[in-house]
Design a binder for this molecule. Structure first.
Ligand code: COA
Length: 465
């Protein structure tokens, strides 16, 4: 005949009326030896009372909030194979109580208190804390049944600073700690929903679910659904150019990796344009078209020297900035195949005539596909000029691992208020769009950079010095 036995609260030291904070089983549950049945918590420690042997829970005799002491019956269990109990004595049967207590008496039962369980996670704390946990004591047993073996653990007694030590530890029962360890969860990151912010098993599970969801959301950008456009009208399917196929993933990577911000500004280039036109005759003699872009390169070289962080890259370790002591500027060139960015090297060491010549040559070679591959490498900053086409402003994408790019739109004559005369004067204003990596450059630095650039372009004497 099936034999049921009561499992009782073991020796928990001097503590009495300890709170039941978790009931981990219900009637009908099949449990294994040492499986936690309930969790108790005193002021200083939490401990699980485990099943003394395998069996089936028939009745739970306590509920959360009850107060228990040593000897309180908590669960009525039927031992596995109880029909043959006589042939195979159960360790928790009354007549075997000494056997049941034996592991504790031998001292090899693991006290599964909150403190003891904290050891793998916090060795330093645990070495202090272990002193506060009494060794498990053998149970005295009782007529009704015997306390289970092993779990007996006395709360902190005699520890010099138990409260301070306790404050380091997340509030969770040993079984919850074990569960968290199995899943690799750092309990200090899990908010507890139990009494006194105690972390429950459900809290750990909810934390893991949340982490998985967040990781999935971060890792996978929802794809744009495929649409059969022919349902709406005639279509033609064209392959992307080779350049587009190559540059597309790079642009996408930069866009996803870099927190872009774009600072807009404008420069008064009225005097610069006069100077450029006045010197075109000289340039013609050299067979060069003196373009605005040559002056922009020159002004950027000055600004990059003044703001070294803009002429830098983030170290992949995420903790250093690599400042480049060279100024190589990529120039975006529109080609029939798509966008390409040849590089003008050592811009700071070249004059505007030389820069104008080089840009023209590079643009020509790029468009006719005669550019050597090494001329597309090594830029420390980039300029994208759409001024020849039009537009008022745009947000260029940074060419990673660079940290900034200057977009230039079409200069327009605009009425600018002149403080001295109190009237408006026509000035040629050049729109600047400066996109920067906000991890490296902050907003104030970006505004200073574009202001500096604007002043250089507005003051031709300063630029040519
Ligand atoms: N404002 C007003 N006019 C401008 C100007 C500006 N910001 N920039 C150029 N112009 C004028 C030039 O003076 C020139 O006029 P002109 O023929 O009367 O002398 C005309 O526009 C054409 O200039 P452009 O051929 O564009 O020469 P450039 O030296 O300014 O630029 C390249 C050279 C290679 C940058 C340019 O041809 C190019 O490919 N730009 C596209 C870059 C691009 O696609 N960027 C997008 C990246 S997202």
């Amino acid at each position: 005949m099936a034999q049921t036995q009561e499992v009782m609260v073991p020796d928990i030291g001097d503590f009495e009326n300890v709170d039941v904070v978790d009931v981990l089983v219900k009637p009908g549950d099949v449990v294994t030896a040492e499986q936690p049945l309930i969790t108790l918590e005193s002021e200083k420690a939490a401990l699980d009372v485990p099943a003394p042997g395998p069996g089936t829970v028939r009745e739970v005799l306590v509920k959360v909030g009850d107060k228990v002491s040593q000897g309180t019956a908590i669960v009525r269990m039927e031992a596995a194979g109880a029909a043959t109990a006589e042939a195979a004595p159960q360790p928790w049967a009354p007549e075997n109580r000494n056997a049941a207590a034996a592991p504790a008496e031998r001292g090899d039962a693991e006290p599964r208190t909150e403190q003891a369980d904290a050891r793998p996670a916090a060795v330093d704390q645990a070495s202090t804390l272990s002193a506060s946990v009494d060794a498990p004591r053998p149970s005295a047993g009782s007529d009704k049944g015997v306390p289970p073996p092993g779990p007996s653990a006395a709360p902190a007694t005699g520890h010099p600073e138990p409260d301070r030590a306790q404050a380091f530890l997340p509030h969770a029962s040993p079984s919850v700690r074990k569960f968290a360890r199995e899943l690799g969860v750092d309990l200090t990151r899990v908010p507890g929903s139990g009494p006194k912010q105690r972390i429950l098993r459900e809290d750990v599970a909810a934390f893991v679910r949340q982490q998985l969801t967040e990781t999935a959301q971060r890792g996978a950008i929802p794809p744009i659904p495929a649409v059969d456009f022919s349902k709406f009208g005639p279509i033609e399917r064209q392959p992307l150019s080779r350049v587009q196929r190559r540059s597309g993933p790079n642009l996408h990577r930069s866009w996803l990796n870099i927190p872009h911000v774009t600072q807009f500004d404008e420069a008064d280039i009225t005097d610069l344009e006069d100077f450029r036109k006045a010197n075109q005759a000289r340039a013609d003699k050299r067979g060069v078209k003196l373009t605005l872009l040559a002056f922009l390169l020159d002004a950027c070289a000055h600004a990059l020297r003044e703001f070294p962080a803009v002429n830098a890259s983030l170290d992949p370790d995420g903790e250093h900035l690599i400042l480049k002591r060279y100024i190589h500027i990529g120039v975006a060139v529109d080609t029939p195949d798509g966008l390409m960015v040849p590089v003008v090297r050592d811009v700071d060491r070249k004059g505007v005539f030389e820069l104008a010549t080089e840009v023209a040559e590079l643009a020509e070679q790029t468009r006719t596909r005669k550019l050597k591959p090494d001329r597309l490498q090594g830029a420390s900053f980039s300029i994208s000029s759409l001024g020849g086409i039009g537009g008022t402003a745009f947000t260029p994408i940074i060419n990673a691992p660079e940290v900034a790019i200057l977009g230039v739109s079409r200069a327009r004559m605009q009425p600018v208020y002149h403080e001295e005369t109190g009237g408006f004067v026509p000035r040629l204003m050049l729109p600047l769009s400066f996109s920067y990596d906000h991890r490296v450059i902050d907003g104030a630095e970006a505004a200073r950079f574009t202001r500096f650039l604007s002043e250089m372009l507005s003051d031709i004497r300063r630029l040519l010095l």
